[in-house]
Design a protein around this ligand. Structure first.
Ligand code: DAH
Length: 348
């Protein structure tokens, strides 16, 4: 092997080892192995003096070229390794300049939206919002509303009873309607009275598309001198107009509730069918959906609260918020409202 060939071999070998060197330590070892005291290229340069002048010139030039090329290769390898290690540490670093992930914005439950709308309408008509307890005394939920024990009207409002009693005799229950707040309110306030009472109610009931064992109601109570059925009718018609718009028709018909006389029922025409489809899941062919019961407060209730029923009269109404929500949004199954499924709820 000539000296020139030897230089070429050293350079090729050095390039191969350099390509495999993976860190600063390996680079330093490679450097001394090539350029150091006992380095492969150093040995060639040292041997130049022993060569004939002609040969020395050629070999010297070749060795210098190899030296420069390898030095450049070392610098390049060092840069490559540095860039790779930067990239690796950037990969698991936290990039504080990235925009944050947006928080998903919630919204009000459809029943909450409608409850607020109902209360807003009545507030504009002069009714203050008040609330009462969900755990109620038998006396307020039934007795003082003229539904004594064993009265058949109790079947209509079967409910959940608590084991506890008050004073060892007064049973406690989950209220079946917001009507007991009529009594609580007239017991503690003087006429003129105009209140709207929102709240949850409970019934021991089989569920279906229009019945749930928990429901929300809004109760209405007005007591004043000279109130008549005309005031009730005007108030509820105005409510229906603001709630459902002028195109929805409203029907008032005779009904019975022990705490009003006369009693009426307010209905809105069916939104899911033209009103004559017996298979309609919403109205079952009736064409009308009851949205509230109402009537003139029974004179005995006014008298029991200490007011003269010849002087004071009043009207009351109670409506189901879920039912009105279903009408507003075209929901056909009441059970969807409390199933807590965001795919359903986020539509409203
Ligand atoms: N409390 C009744 C119910 O839950 C609804 C009702 C009917 C309320 C007539 C009233 C009323 O205030 O006058 O079925």
């Amino acid at each position: 092997m000539t000296a020139i060939e030897q230089i070429a071999a050293i350079e090729a070998d050095a390039r191969a080892t350099l390509a495999a060197a993976g860190g600063e330590g390996a680079l330093a070892a490679w450097q001394s192995g090539v350029f150091g005291k006992g380095g492969s290229l150093t040995a060639i340069l040292r041997g130049l003096g022993a060569l004939a002048p002609e040969e020395r010139k050629a070999v010297g030039a070749a060795a210098n070229l190899a030296k420069q090329a390898l030095e450049a290769a070392l610098a390049e390898r060092r840069e490559t390794l540095k860039a790779a290690s930067l990239a690796a540490s950037a990969a698991d670093a936290l990039d504080v300049t990235l925009p944050g992930r947006p928080l998903r914005r919630g919204r009000l439950h459809p029943v909450t939206q409608v409850r607020r709308e109902i209360l807003d309408i009545f507030a504009r008509l002069g009714f203050a919002t008040v609330e009462g307890p969900e755990v109620e005394l038998d006396e307020y939920n039934f007795g003082r509303l003229r539904i004594p024990e064993h009265h058949p009207a109790r079947d209509r409002w079967d409910t959940f009873w608590l084991d506890e009693e008050v004073d060892g005799r007064q049973p406690l229950l989950l209220r079946t309607h917001t009507s007991p707040m009529q009594i609580r309110h007239i017991d503690t306030h003087e006429p003129p009275i105009r209140v709207a009472v929102p709240g949850r109610c409970y019934r021991y009931e089989a569920t279906d598309a229009t019945h749930e064992w928990m429901l929300e109601q809004v109760e209405l109570l007005a007591i004043d001198e000279g109130l008549s059925l005309a005031n009730l009718k005007g108030t509820l018609q105005e409510f229906a107009r603001q709630m459902f718009g002028p195109e929805r028709r409203v029907l008032m018909r005779n009904s019975y509730f022990p705490f009003v006389e006369p009693g009426v029922e307010l209905a809105v025409d069916c939104f899911a069918c033209p009103g004559d489809n017996p298979a309609c899941p919403v109205c079952r062919g009736a064409g009308w959906l009851e949205i509230m019961g109402a009537g003139m407060v029974h004179p005995e209730i006014i008298a029991a609260a200490g007011y003269d029923p010849a002087r004071y009269t009043g009207f009351a109404a109670g409506m189901g918020v879920e039912r009105i929500t279903m009408l507003k949004f075209g929901i056909t199954d009441i059970r969807d409202l409390h199933a807590n499924d965001l795919r359903f709820l986020s539509q409203f």
